[in-house]
Structures are given as C-alpha cells and as structure tokens.
Design a protein around this ligand. Structure first.
Ligand code: PMP
Length: 455
C-alpha cells in the first residue's frame, strides 16, 4: 500500500501524462482518483467529487455498473481476444455493428471498430480519400475543417483538428487540410447579427473554402456537431442544414466527429439526428462503452460502403483491436442500459432543457459570466472581466483556471478550456444533480470573484 505522497513521487518520476505540464505536476503532485460510484468520483483523501465531465465526456451511464463488469468478465473467460482481420470475426462486434446501424441515421449502416476517437478519425480520413480514389478521382483529397476543432492527438487527429497550440508542436501537418472559421457566435458574431445570419455566414466560409480549392479537389468536410474540447461551441441549427446543402451541391462528403456528441449527449442517439442531417461518416468512441473499456466505432454511410464493397478490393487498414470482443460486449451492454433507462429521451425532454434553463437563470447573471449555453447535457460558461464589453481577463484562460480550482475544492469536477468553463456530465444526472452542480458553480464563481478583484 502506497501513501499519496509516495504515489505522487512515482507518478512524477515515471508517468508521462496527456495534456499536462510535467514541471507543474512534479511540483504540485497529481490528484489521485481512486474509486467512483454513480455520478461521483473519490480521491485518495476521501473527497467526494460530483463528476461534471463524465470522466472525459464518456461515462454516460455513471460509475459502478456491475452489469458492465460482469459482461466483460464473462466475455474474457469465453473469448478474451481474437482478431477480425482476413475474413475472421467474433460475435460481439457483429451484433454491436447491427445495433449501431439500427440507432444511426437511415443511410448509415456499416461500422469499422477501433480503440479510440483518434484512431477512428484516422480511419475516416483514409476512408474518404480511398473512396474518391476508387471513384477514379484521386485528386479529390482536400478535407475542410474548422479552427478550434479537436479531432484527436495522432498526427492525423491534430492535422484535422484546428488547435493552434497543438499544430505548433506537430512539426508539419498532413497536407491538404484546410481550416475555416468555427461557428462561435459569442466571439465571432457581428454586433446585431442574428443567430441565423451568423450560422449562414459561418457555413458560407465552408463553401468559400470549397470554391477556392476547387470542388473537384475537395474530398470532405469534417466537423464536431457541437465543438467540445474547443469550448462547447453550439452552432445555430441552420448551420448544419446549410453545410449539408453545400456539401451535396459540390459533391463533398460530410464527416461528423461525434466522439463527444454520440450516444445521447445532445438528446438524440447522435447529434446528426438533433440537427437533422445524413452524414457520410460518423466517428464515435467514449460513451459507446461509457469509458469502461476503450472502443471506437466509425459509422460509414451507404454511399462509401457500396463503393468500398463493390470496387474496393482489400482496404489495407486495420488495428489489432478492431472489433475487440470484450470491448464490444461492454458496448452492447452499455447501449442496452442507456435504452432500458430511457436516458436519451430524458436528456432530450427533461434534464437537457432543465440544465440549459438553470445555467441561464442561476449562473448567467453572475458578474464573471458573459454567457451560458447548453445543448442536451453539454454546457458552457463564458468567463469575462467585463459583462458589458465581454473583455476577458489576461492572460487568456487565467480566470477560468481559478474558478475551476474553486469548483473542484467545493466538490465539482469541471473543466476550463481557454476562457470557457465546460460541463459534460453523465447522462444519469437528474434535476437534483443539476441543482447541486449549479450551487457549487455559484460558490466557485463567488470565491473567484474575490480572488480576481483588481485583476
Ligand atoms: N474527436 C473528438 C471530438 C474528441 O473530443 C476526442 C477526444 N476528446 C477525440 C476525437 C479523440 O478521441 P481519443 O482521445 O479517444 O483518441
């Protein structure tokens, strides 16, 4: 048995963390999360934290689900692993693919499995370029994306993504990826510009990019229906309707990255359904297993699938863990729980609207808050120094971190990204959990207001 201090010392010495300043980690030590139950996680010091981030956007059904552990245990004893290469398969990925085809938009019926969202976007990028090559148009390979997008941490993921600081460490992105403005009205809408006008303008930026590159050179547009890690940027509904129209007009494939929005977060199984669109690919991961095991699923639309099957020959692509039998068994059981407990409908009809309303009524009036917004159980709080002018604190992001630390100290795990606080709780949250979270957010904001006086 190790003490916290011992674990922290070993951690700092041997463990390289994702997205962590390791010098700070060495100086301050990590917070050791040691167990979890329902909507709560507990650290090594016995502190109970309401998990406002569902782990990392993934634990849809909450923690401590025996059914998920049992189905994994049983599957591990029966068949822990076999590959799905070279015309082999195991039963659970087959059944999970069938289930996903049933839940996905009508024109999406085939599934390619991986272990992570990043892998899945890699597959998607390869697949759309391969598609056009099979169609005899190999030059049609440019992909349009957005600034501030997050599509993963592999070279392809960062290249597709639009995070400047990540590109800065890449030493050269994959070629033929073009970035346009994100649909981020809070910072980018003109004074007096309506939501609809802004949505149309942001979509037009995509069309302009397609025309500039030449539609004959553009393979696809990729986007998160609601930008997650970039700060829960929720586009006006017309944005996606318009993007779909533009893509069809120019024969450009539409790729959605639903790694965060998939499996109920926006109040439908997929945000494609929330926005009423039929994409050619949908990348998913995270909530597919509620994070209990690593698993991603790239859902592939009929148009691409037909070409791949009929003209494709062998697609030289696959991961050792594509269709992992245990992960797929957990995925199946997790979807069964979400369905049985009616969590998607509850987010759509009850907790989602309540969440948005409570953020607006209780949080948005605070002096540090420029705006709150939410869709389903995905929310954002914009932190400002001046409510009227929306001026931010300097340096960028410094105030949000203060608020986050107060929130955590007061029992709410949430995240700060730039000047935006983000929440993405488990789908099992009730109105009472939302009330409790808002109490703790308010307390954190009040404490931060004192700290930030004069800054
Ligand atoms: N796409 C989006 C929209 C994501 O939010 C993430 C992860 N936060 C990824 C892709 C990458 O997924 P993973 O970390 O599983 O590789």
């Amino acid at each position: 048995n190790y003490s916290l201090k011992q674990l922290q010392a070993i951690d700092a010495r041997h463990h390289l963390h994702p997205f962590t300043d390791h010098k700070e980690l060495r100086d301050a030590g990590s917070r050791m999360i040691v167990r979890a139950d329902g909507p709560y996680v507990y650290d090594s010091e016995g502190n109970q934290l309401l998990d406002g981030m569902a782990g990392l956007w993934c634990v849809a059904v909450g923690y401590g689900r025996k059914e998920l552990a049992e189905v994994a245990y049983d599957q591990m004893l029966e068949l822990p692993y076999y590959n799905s290469f070279f015309k082999c398969s195991t039963p659970t990925p087959v059944l999970l693919a069938q289930k996903l085809a049933e839940l996905a938009p009508k024109s999406v019926n085939q599934v390619f499995f991986g272990s992570s969202g990043s892998e899945s976007n890699d597959t998607a990028l390869r697949l759309v370029r391969h598609f056009w090559a099979l169609e005899g148009k190999p030059e049609k390979n440019i992909v349009i994306s957005r600034r501030d997008a997050y599509h993963g941490s592999t070279v392809a993921g960062v290249s597709l993504g639009g995070m400047k600081h990540m590109h800065g460490q890449l030493g050269g992105a994959i070629p033929n990826i073009v970035h346009v403005m994100p649909p981020y009205a809070f910072e980018l809408a003109e004074p007096g510009e309506s939501d609809e006008a802004f949505g149309l303008r942001a979509a037009k930026a995509v069309e302009d990019a397609i025309i500039e590159a030449g539609p004959e050179n553009v393979a696809a547009f990729i986007g998160e229906p609601v930008m997650g890690a970039g700060g829960v940027k929720i586009p006006p509904k017309i944005y996606w309707t318009e993007i779909q129209r533009i893509c069809r007009k120019h024969d450009v494939l539409l790729m959605l990255d639903e790694v965060i929005t998939g499996y109920g977060r926006t109040g439908e199984w997929f945000a494609a359904q929330t926005y009423g669109i039929e994409p050619d690919t949908i990348t998913t991961a995270k909530a597919l297993t509620s994070g209990y095991l690593p698993l991603s699923a790239l859902l592939v639309g009929d148009r691409i699938a037909a070409t791949l099957v009929d003209k494709g020959g062998e697609f030289y692509h696959g991961y050792t863990y594509s269709g992992h039998p245990v992960a797929c068994a957990v995925g199946l059981k997790n979807l069964e729980i979400i369905e049985r407990e009616g969590l998607v409908g509850r987010v759509r009809d009850d907790t989602g609207p309540y969440f948005e309303q409570q953020l607006k009524e209780r949080i948005s009036g605070h002096p540090l808050v420029g705006e709150t917004r939410a869709i389903g159980l995905m929310g954002a709080i914009e932190i400002v120094r001046d409510k009227a002018t929306r001026e931010r604190f300097k340096p960028a992001g410094s105030a949000a971190v203060v608020i986050r630390d107060h929130a955590i100290a007061n029992g709410l795990m949430l995240r700060a990204t730039g000047d935006t606080m983000i929440l993405s709780p488990p789908l099992i949250w009730t109105r009472e959990t939302i009330d409790l979270a808002c109490d703790r957010i308010l307390k954190a904001l009040d404490l931060a207001l004192v700290d930030l006086q004069g800054r």
